[in-house]
Design a protein around this ligand. Structure first.
Ligand SMILES: [Fe+2]
Length: 255
């Protein structure tokens, strides 16, 4: 399996606190059947900055240690970039880094709102031939209150990544139900762990795929796994079915 979003780099954000912990996370990933992860430290979220060059160096250092310890996990560089005003100019000046250097950029919103400039940003990224992947939309308050807003962004070309723990129920039944509905509506293109540690926020990717198999069907989990692999190779993402819009009645039930 490939995991396109995790916080495995030591001491750079609220993820792994130390090299020893990163190695524990790596062993855990391998035990779960994960062969490749993209390290996506927070960047420009107001608390943590992990510019491209430094992140690539940190990935190299961790890779050396993984080899030394004989842990068969490939770690690729990436970032989880908060949407901020200088994003486009920083993309131009090279301080941002796409997922493994591909055409896909992992972006996140503040947890309570949708950034007002998001449509312009999507357009500008499109002009640069960059496809934004929105991290965990199911955990954004404004989207949860009115999921139709996410549908508009998907129509503009945003891809969506759901977090494994949202499916397994760690964040409660409301987020789990919303997540499964998003999957059924073909709004989701990837499942990834957003793992932060080996205790409260481990990978749980296999568990999430098993839940998807049971609740929606194995064709969905195969689709998500195929898409995650495509990111590593900078291939096109196959869109299996058209996203299904929301009828007003549906989100009134949600609210
Ligand atoms: Fe994250």
């Amino acid at each position: 399996m490939v995991d396109i979003h995790c916080h495995i780099l030591p001491g750079v954000d609220d993820g792994s606190p130390s090299l020893e912990h990163s190695l524990q996370m790596a062993r855990m990933a391998v035990r779960e059947g994960i062969g490749t992860v993209i390290a996506t430290p927070h960047h420009a979220n107001g608390k943590y900055d992990n510019p491209a060059g430094r992140t690539q160096e940190n990935v190299k250092r961790l890779t050396v240690e993984l080899k030394r310890q004989d842990i068969p996990l490939q770690v690729c560089p990436g970032q989880e970039v908060r949407v901020y005003s200088d994003l486009i100019s920083d993309m131009d000046n090279g301080s941002l880094f796409t997922l493994n250097g591909s055409r896909y950029l992992l972006i996140e919103f503040p947890s309570h709102r949708i950034p007002p400039s998001i449509k312009e940003l999507i357009h500008e990224l499109k002009v640069m031939q960059i496809t934004p992947i929105l991290a965990h939309p199911e955990r954004n308050k404004e989207i949860a209150e009115n999921p139709a807003q996410l549908f508009e962004l998907i129509e503009l070309g945003v891809l969506c990544q759901l977090t494994s723990h949202s499916i397994t129920g760690l964040f409660g039944p409301a987020i789990r139900n919303l997540s499964l509905d998003m999957c059924r509506r073909n709004w989701i293109h990837f499942i990834s762990s957003d793992a932060h540690n080996v205790t409260q926020r481990p990978f749980s990717l296999r568990e999430a795929y098993a839940e998807i198999d049971t609740e929606i069907g194995s064709m969905y989990s195969s689709y998500y796994q195929k898409n995650a692999k495509a990111i590593i190779e900078n291939q096109s993402i196959s869109i299996c079915s058209e996203p299904i819009p929301i009828k007003k009645k549906w989100y009134r039930l949600w609210s």
